[in-house]
Design a protein around this ligand. Structure first.
Ligand SMILES: Cc1ncc(COP(=O)(O)O)c(C=O)c1O
Length: 424
């Protein structure tokens, strides 16, 4: 795949929020993508159109209900394309990643016995830790894999050393929402497979930054959230069909007993699903417009969208990487600032464009407020990556400032951030 960076700045016009300004007429700078990205007009339109044309419950014998069901099917197909899943029936929707992970940990827990073991990592968001810790109540043992504080990379040897013949599941993030590290999921999947354990991957932070292919990764479950990749607040689980069939779901009696429906308790966020399909279509279009096209074989429409999505996510990664490299290099040079995570540009393919830093004189909250007052939106604290801030020894002092790039951010915005930090 050709990863030459292209100019993605025209896509900004498609995001209404990016046109907003503060009282002094300065455009808002959205570096809060890891907490939730902005949405293109297509997503807003799809959700509004849902209410105009398809607002009904599912399974009815009338027009709006049929349209509603088509939209749900389209959202499932879109997510299967986005993740390169073998079947849309492997896509489960829910409120958000956290709620889905609690519901699946409870279902998986029904198959576990006291003394069975689950491995979690200190690099993870707490939504991929607490749902597994909850199983300690029934005698499941939780083992913690560590990361190296120097570069915030998972220690794979330590992880491998935790595997025993009682290991039933490994829960790991695709990328850290605090320090950006991308974990080698393929290698961890091989470890899990050799141990006969399942691999649960939290791809929430990674999803807006690179292509995801659940078939190549070799994981058993992968979860993400559409509001982190330019869609609305909807959570998504992909699971291997045989496992989804096998897992017992907590459901009401009249609800279908087959996957994915048995895991979708109650009525879904139908308008949100219209937005999910639109967000995936937006990305596919981005891939068609800006992605590499040379040398690709002709494909039918269905494969075509998968190919376009892959191209889009490679294009996004190639656009974000040099921007991030520039931002990191300049912020590192500012006196009193300490940055965390991978800093070697040769290894930037192993990290997302998410920068966490501390300042020797100002607290993270102070800096976030200072920047917020200047129209630059960043996050401070632990962003629920509690194990990370504890391990780095920054939890007591207010965590870290987090600046997250998305493909709609520009060099000019980075310049504004750097100048503001220099003037602190
Ligand atoms: C890496 C990661 N995992 C999980 C979550 C939780 O996602 P949700 O808000 O969909 O529950 C987040 C949210 O910030 C996250 O960044």
């Amino acid at each position: 795949m050709n990863e030459k960076a292209v100019d993605l700045s025209p896509v900004r016009a498609r995001f209404p929020a990016l046109q907003e300004t503060d009282a002094d007429g300065r455009p808002f700078v959205f570096f809060d993508g890891p907490g939730g990205t902005q949405v293109p007009q297509d997503v807003i339109d799809a959700m509004a159109n849902y209410f105009r044309t398809a607002n009904a419950n599912h399974g009815g014998y009338f027009a709006t209900s049929r349209r509603n069901d088509e939209i749900i099917d389209q959202a499932r197909e879109a997510m299967a394309d986005f993740l390169n899943a073998p079947s849309p029936n492997e896509i489960v929707f829910g409120a958000n990643m956290t709620t889905l992970t609690f519901s699946f940990s409870r279902a998986i827990g029904r198959l576990l016995k006291p003394g069975d073991e689950i491995i979690v990592t200190r690099l993870d968001h707490d939504a991929n830790i607490s749902p597994w810790l909850a199983l300690e109540e029934q005698g499941v043992k939780i083992r913690w894999a560590d990361f190296n504080p120097e570069d915030c990379r998972l220690n794979l040897d330590s992880l491998a050393g935790l595997i025993t013949d009682r290991t039933r599941l490994i829960a790991v993030g695709y990328a850290s929402n605090a320090v950006g590290t991308i974990n080698p999921i393929g290698r961890i999947a091989a470890l899990a497979r050799d141990a006969g354990a399942w691999l649960w991957v939290d791809a929430v932070h990674y999803a807006p930054h690179g292509p995801i292919d659940v078939q190549t990764l070799g994981c058993d479950f992968l979860v993400c959230s559409a509001y982190k990749f330019f869609g609305p607040h909807v959570g998504v689980v992909w699971g291997r069909l045989d496992l989804l069939e096998r897992l017992p779901a907590y459901k009401v009696r009249p609800a279908p007993g087959n996957p994915p429906h048995k895991f979708e308790t109650g009525t879904l966020n139908h308008e949100g699903l219209a937005g999910v399909a639109a967000a995936v279509n937006y990305l596919a279009e981005l891939g068609e417009t800006y992605g590499p096209s040379a040398g690709l074989p002709p494909l039918d429409q269905y494969q075509g969208r998968r190919r376009s999505l892959k191209a889009a996510m490679h294009t996004i990664a190639a656009y974000e990487r040099p921007l991030f490299a520039d931002m990191l290099a300049r912020i590192r040079q500012i006196p009193d600032i300490t940055v965390y995570g991978i800093t070697n540009p040769d290894q930037f393919d192993q990290r997302c464009p998410t920068l966490a830093f501390t300042h020797a004189r100002f607290s993270p909250d102070h800096i976030a407020r200072y920047l917020g007052d200047r129209g630059i939106f960043v996050w401070s604290g632990n962003y629920y990556a509690l194990a990370v801030t504890e391990r780095l020894g920054v939890e007591e002092s207010g965590g870290m400032v987090r600046v997250g790039l998305a493909h709609y951010n520009t060099q000019e915005e980075i310049d504004r951030l750097v100048v503001a930090l220099q003037e602190l």
